[in-house]
Ligand binder design. Structure first.
Ligand code: ADP
Length: 494
């Protein structure tokens, strides 16, 4: 029998500690499943100021001053707290790397009020990347694999291939880098290169510089031993066009043998209406009529009238250009004429806050908004809506459309990335399919997809069949976790 692997999973967001989007869901769930499959996996993230010591059950592991992390010409003392991720019966050891001056703030990447990036994000995340490697040595725990996620971890593969190349401690350690979003690259002025202390040949287009700037994502893409992304479709998209590859597509095309698409899964201990503790009425495919109770509760909460035959369309999203809100904005009036109600939960760019605030003022009976981050409300929207709208410009995987399937909330999506891979168009004649899709990124195509959904909604029998199809889909993590383990093994000699 093959030996269990030691894996360190590093991420800037991990449920239940810190979350702005789907990366946190993945980082909280996947390690638990890998642990369940009998591998030793531990997780590391920065210890942000917003993580409550008591609620997160943090314990001191290594105190300040014990580890000294060099960043540019300065040194920052690192301390480590420990805790566990534990949703199921499984416990995954989690390390939180801290320096209060760098991470003792309430935002992860941006100032919560100004919404501007922290000016020292280069220093903060250089500290984190270098800190990961120094902490492991201090702990004396040697991973076979360091699994890195997105730009905030992009320097680790670069360090392993340069500064730590001859370090006996890391002789057998390999890196995997997972791309959750190509559009966020961790780009800093070239002067920030000095903070990394990487060898000077890296300070070039052949190294970690792209378009004249330091690029954390590129560092991960060129130095990791293997690359993955979170759907097969997105794996194709990011290496074949500038639009999806965001300028780094040629690197991906060159490494296409090393790049695989592994679809994200769902943690059904959290996102399933038959066990969901955050919704007023639990239900499953056999009791789907009970969903109406959640619809009533949702509408009451959003200050909208309940009308039995009016479909409620839910949106839960970061309010960013990626998510297709310009399309929604340009057809709002047409949507309202379809006699639907719209419920929006999201926070992000000001222009979209303005858009939805104005729309809610104009259509107080039809549009309800909560422009904030609220996990409880996210669950209620999944449970209480009839449709879920995700017209993304691009979507590496997307989780909410997959959650929606299990909640009997029919996804209306643009067929890109993971949306294409997880949703099948519903055909009323055959009764097959799980949602409604459109291909062209334009508002006319989106409107037509919503119209198709509204037409089927008016036919209760067809709609129930459609809901049932979605609720029967299984996107559990296990199959994907096994693919990651297979990949880890292919890189090690174990
Ligand atoms: P992305 O990672 O691009 O933000 P995903 O669909 O992969 O998109 O994941 C989004 C995750 O973040 C989901 O778990 C969703 O419920 C959650 N989420 C996004 N915005 C909010 C919000 N305003 N309040 C609560 N949860 C949110």
């Amino acid at each position: 029998m093959s030996r269990p692997l030691n894996v360190l999973f590093i991420s800037s967001e991990v449920e239940p500690f810190a979350k702005t989007g789907g990366l946190a869901d993945v980082s909280g769930a996947l390690p638990q499943v890998i642990r369940q499959l009998d591998h030793e996996i531990r997780v590391m993230l920065p210890r942000y100021g917003c993580i409550n010591e008591r609620k997160a059950r943090l314990h001191d592991m290594i105190r300040l001053q014990e580890i000294d992390i060099p960043v540019g010409s300065r040194h920052f003392a690192a301390s480590v707290k420990s805790s566990f991720i534990t949703n199921a019966q499984i416990k995954v050891q989690t390390y939180l790397l801290d320096n209060p001056a760098l991470f003792g703030r309430s935002g992860l990447y941006v100032h919560p009020e100004t919404k501007k990036d922290y000016a020292d994000n280069d220093v903060r995340f250089t500290f984190f990347n270098r800190g990961v490697l120094e902490v492991l040595k201090k702990l004396g725990w040697k991973p076979d694999i360091i699994h890195c996620n997105d730009w905030p971890t992009g320097l680790v593969p670069a360090y392993l291939k340069t500064l730590y190349k001859d370090d006996p401690f890391y002789k057998d350690t390999r890196s995997v880098f997972t791309i959750h979003n190509m559009a966020y690259q961790g780009v800093f002025p070239r002067a920030s290169f000095a903070q990394t202390l990487l060898p000077k040949e890296q300070n070039s287009d052949k190294g970690v510089i792209a378009f004249g700037n330091l690029n954390f994502l590129k560092a991960g893409l060129i130095h990791a031993d293997a690359l993955t992304t979170v759907s097969e479709k997105y794996a194709q998209e990011i290496r074949s066009s500038d639009e999806y590859g965001c300028g780094l597509q040629l690197i991906l095309e060159k490494r296409k043998q090393d790049l695989t698409g592994i679809l994200n899964g769902v943690d059904y201990t959290v996102w399933d209406p038959s066990v969901d503790e955050l919704i007023p009425q639990r239900y499953d495919a056999r009791s789907m009529d009970l969903k109406t109770e959640n619809k009533k509760a949702l509408l009451a909460k959003m200050g909208l009238p309940f009308q039995e035959r009016t479909p409620v369309i839910g949106i839960i999203s970061r309010l960013a250009d990626q998510k297709g809100f310009d399309l929604i904005g340009s057809i709002l009036d047409n949507l309202m004429q379809l006699h639907v109600q719209l419920v929006v939960l999201g926070t992000g760019e000001k222009k979209y806050h303005d858009l939805f605030e104005k729309a809610a003022r104009q259509h107080p009976q039809q549009i309800g908004i909560a422009l904030t981050f609220n996990n409880d409300l996210a669950h209620l929207i999944e449970a209480g809506s009839d449709m879920f709208l995700m017209p993304s410009r691009y979507e590496p995987c997307g989780l909410n459309q997959i959650y929606s399937l299990r909640y009997g909330t029919v996804p209306v999506v643009r067929s890109t990335g993971g949306l294409e891979d997880t949703i099948e168009e519903f055909h009323p004649a055959s009764g097959n399919g799980t949602g409604f899709k459109f291909a062209e990124y334009n508002s006319g195509a989106l409107l037509k997809a919503v119209q198709r959904a509204a037409t089927v909604y008016a036919d209760s029998a067809a709609w129930r069949k459609l809901m049932k199809n979605g609720m029967a889909k299984d996107f559990s993590w296990e199959a994907s976790a096994r693919k990651y383990i297979q990949l880890y093994r292919s890189l090690t000699r174990k």
